[in-house]
Design a protein around this ligand. Structure first.
Ligand code: 13P
Length: 340
């Protein structure tokens, strides 16, 4: 097995998944605004330190995705974050795209930027301790969206990024995110997600990327958040699996889901329902941002005296999602008292 495949497989080890803590400066500001905390360098550092020093999180967390600012920061005792994570057996990763920008001549669609100079940036990140990377493309669903133009330009960019990562010895997490905003049906979501995945695997193949040394970060196939009738947990599991079975090669070690705008409990329940229907050709795991952090962020509220409560809230979600990796989560577990 190559080093890349070994890293990819370690990231989807049984019972474990990834914490996405790679919010860009703009996104983390939005999260902090929601709890009335000012987004300063120090507040962002303190918040990430809280997550990364949570005792026992490594039982359920295999890797953490960092942002450019965060990979250069240290804990209060001066330990660089990548080193701190590695000392707990957690693999550090890095978001390397520079964001989704308007796609020229395609109203309402985006193209993700960041390829220029990427080879040099990957080398620097590897030196800073990163062993995997992430690049996110986004697609909206509407009558005329996603367009073939948007599907193929983003697939091409994702594959260029993935090839550069493998050349640099980093596992690329390939993230084509079909957004679930809108009132579309789950069938429309399935069609768009299938189309996007098909194009991504054509480009990855044509650009010589070894699927075995990659992970797919996918959206679950859901009804639009504003749809009048929303699909149940069981329907979501069945329709999502049907799409991945048709479009994701078995050589891919794992699919690590994003949570999108789902509630933390829905994200756990959906993952659990899919794993209950296993075994599958790939590991089905998580790479959640909001669904792992929301309760912790709320409990913290920017106050040092709340750090322990916030860490408990994060540990608890990590544990439930760890259980969902093997289909052994039950919603009743949410009622358990928070351990002292
Ligand atoms: P969410 O789980 O909050 O969607 O974030 C995951 C992520 O990294 C999106 O790129």
């Amino acid at each position: 097995m190559s080093d890349l495949e070994a890293t990819a497989r370690a990231l989807v080890a049984e019972g474990k998944g990834i914490l996405a803590a790679d919010e860009s400066t703009g996104t983390i500001k939005k999260r902090f605004d929601s709890i009335g905390v000012e987004s300063t360098d120090e507040n962002r550092r303190a918040y990430r330190e809280l997550l990364f020093t949570t005792e026992g999180a490594e039982e359920f967390i295999s890797g953490v995705i960092l942002f450019d600012e965060t990979i250069r920061q240290s804990s209060s005792d001066g330990t660089p974050f990548p080193k701190l994570l590695a000392s707990k057996g957690i693999i550090p990763g890095i978001k390397v795209d520079l964001g989704a920008k308007p796609l020229a001549l395609a109203e309402g669609e985006t193209i993700t930027e960041g390829l220029d100079g990427l080879r040099e940036r990957l080398e620097e990140y590897r030196g800073l301790g990163a062993r995997f990377a992430k690049w996110r493309a986004t697609y909206s669903i509407a009558a005329d969206k996603p367009s073939e133009y948007c599907v193929w330009t983003n697939a091409h960019a994702l594959a260029r990024y993935a090839a550069l990562c493998q050349e640099a010895g980093l596992v690329p997490i390939v993230e084509p995110e079909v957004l679930m905003d809108g009132d579309h049906t789950i069938e429309q979501s399935a069609k768009a997600t299938g189309r996007v995945l098909q194009a991504v695997y054509v480009e990855l193949h044509d650009q010589r990327v070894d699927y075995r040394g990659t992970l797919l970060k996918a959206n679950m196939v859901l009804s639009g958040y504003d749809a009048p009738k929303r699909a149940s947990v069981e329907e979501v599991a069945q329709v999502s699996l049907d799409v991945y079975y048709r479009h994701v090669p078995a050589a891919v070690p794992g699919i690590v889901f994003l949570s999108g705008g789902q509630s933390d409990e829905d994200a756990t329940a959906h993952l659990n329902a899919m794993n209950k229907r296993g075994p599958h050709p790939w590991e089905l795991s998580f790479s959640y941002g909001r669904a792992l952090q929301a309760p912790a962020l709320k409990a913290w509220a920017g106050k040092p005296e709340n750090v322990a409560a916030a860490q408990q809230a994060y540990y608890r979600r990590a544990k439930f999602n760890g259980a969902a990796r093997t289909g052994s989560y039950a919603p009743e577990m949410e009622k358990e008292a928070v351990p002292a």
